[in-house]
Ligand binder design. Structure first.
Ligand SMILES: Cc1cc2nc3c(=O)[nH]c(=O)nc-3n(C[C@H](O)[C@H](O)[C@H](O)COP(=O)(O)OP(=O)(O)OC[C@H]3O[C@@H](n4cnc5c(N)ncnc54)[C@H](O)[C@@H]3O)c2cc1C
Length: 403
């Protein structure tokens, strides 16, 4: 693979794959997103095509049936998918985090068992930290797992806001295994919980795992967000991520590592949404006339376009930089936090400015910007809110520059 000039240019391979995904977004996602968004319906035909394109296995090594591409290329793909509709990137996002957890921490048996069906999208993955009473404060997790015999742990508790909660086959779920641990985060373990995709009540070997009806949301429709209820769900010992000896009570560090990657992923989604808002604003402002000329000829509108374009470009550069540092094996905790913070705020700003440029039509469901405006705020929340990103950046900055 040719080496890209840092931080702007793409390798030939990256160009080819992102052009392919952009075309897919233009032809298959954008024309259909309105329907699935308005009906809050899972976009099954689009997902079927994504499976054919191999988009569920982008970062999974070739030996397990994936494409074996790096985080940077993955982020470029996510930008294109999100430019089409962020719910589509949401369907891949939790799956990507699950496959990363397996690749980095899984036993060879876990990799052999799950990565090949994940690479094709036959098995899709969700990840679950949040609970009804906590989100930012992950160390306070209450859902618990207790060893009940030599072969199984029993999981009890309720999880909240699980993206892909119903249709996934695997949930990487963080639960408490040591109630007495001090500090609390040392008592958490990640289990790979299997279930029947699409079943609200599981039975047989998955009994005790149920999925309540999906949560109704203002945006980010089509992809389901659900609670998960564990009531005596028996999870085999071998489904502790990394195995019992290596993985018990190590879940917090594993999940935090994955979330760093997840932040680059959310940043890429922000860039895609902001880019689309800019495109819509550029088009509409040259078509719409007011006071005898296209509104793009009014300086106040040009300033908005200029600010939006600057935000998009800066967000993209921060995102690519964080991804490239991670790919190079360098420390990227601050950079991933900065990219997520900046790109999600850029998406919110660009969505709002684009809506303003559309005037009254921006408030109509006939125009695409109305969907972007409802979708953008999610990016401020998932994978850590803007407040939490600032906490992470501030804390790590002081660690790096301790005097
Ligand atoms: C559509 C959607 C999909 C999601 N998907 C998933 C998923 O797949 N898996 C999953 O595990 N979770 C998921 N989440 C949950 C998401 O990660 C949490 O909502 C997020 O982490 C915030 O947690 P919270 O909602 O409990 O807010 P809280 O933690 O209660 O925070 C509330 C407010 O207080 C602020 N705050 C909290 N602590 C501090 C502090 N120390 N200092 C300053 N401010 C603070 C927050 O920034 C926020 O503004 C999803 C959420 C949504 C909306």
């Amino acid at each position: 693979m040719a080496i890209a000039t840092p931080y702007s240019e793409k390798t030939d391979e990256q160009k080819a794959i992102t052009e392919m995904v952009r075309q897919f977004a233009d032809e298959q996602i954008i024309p259909n997103a309105e329907h699935y968004d308005h009906e809050d319906e899972f976009p099954q035909p689009i997902v079927a095509q994504m499976k054919e394109l191999g988009l569920f296995g982008v970062t999974i090594p070739e030996e397990y049936g994936g494409m074996g591409l790096d985080l940077t290329t993955y982020a470029m793909i996510v930008e294109e998918l999100s430019r089409g509709w962020i719910s589509i990137s949401g369907i891949v996002n939790t799956h990507f985090i699950g496959s990363y957890l397996l690749m980095k921490f899984g036993t060879e048996e876990q990799k052999q068992k799950y990565l090949p069906p994940m690479a094709t999208g036959e098995m899709r993955a969700a990840f679950s930290l949040s609970e009804p009473e906590l989100g930012s404060d992950v160390a306070a997790i209450k859902t618990s797992a207790k060893k009940v015999d030599d072969t199984h742990y029993e999981i009890n508790g309720t999880k909240m806001w699980v993206t892909n909660g119903l249709l996934s086959s695997l949930v990487f779920v963080l639960v408490r295994t040591d109630p007495a641990a001090d500090p609390k985060h040392r008592g958490l373990t990640c289990f790979v919980a299997e279930k029947e995709p699409g079943a609200s009540e599981n039975s047989g070997e998955y009994a005790g795992f149920s999925v309540p009806p999906k949560i109704k949301k203002m945006g980010y429709k089509g992809v389901e967000s659900t609670e998960l209820v564990f009531d005596g769900y028996r999870c085999p010992v071998e489904n502790i991520l990394g195995g019992e000896a290596a993985g018990l009570n190590k879940g917090f560090a594993q999940m935090m590592d994955a979330l760093e990657l997840g932040r680059v992923n959310v940043a890429a989604r922000g860039v895609g949404l902001a880019q689309r808002a800019l495109e819509l604003a550029l088009k509409y402002s040259q078509e719409r006339r007011a006071f005898g000329r296209p509104i793009a000829q009014h300086q106040a509108i040009q300033f908005k376009l200029a600010d939006m374009a600057t935000q998009v470009e800066a967000a993209r550069l921060l995102t690519m930089r964080a991804a490239r540092l991670k790919d190079a094996g360098e420390r990227s905790d601050i950079e991933a936090g900065m990219a997520k913070l900046f790109a999600s705020e850029a998406a919110r700003l660009c969505a709002e400015e684009c809506l303003r440029i559309h005037g009254g039509y921006g408030y109509s469901k006939e125009y695409e910007i109305e969907r972007l405006y409802r979708d953008a705020p999610l990016l401020l929340i998932g994978e850590g809110t803007s407040e939490i990103q600032r906490m992470v950046i501030g804390r790590k900055l002081l660690q790096r520059h301790k005097i």
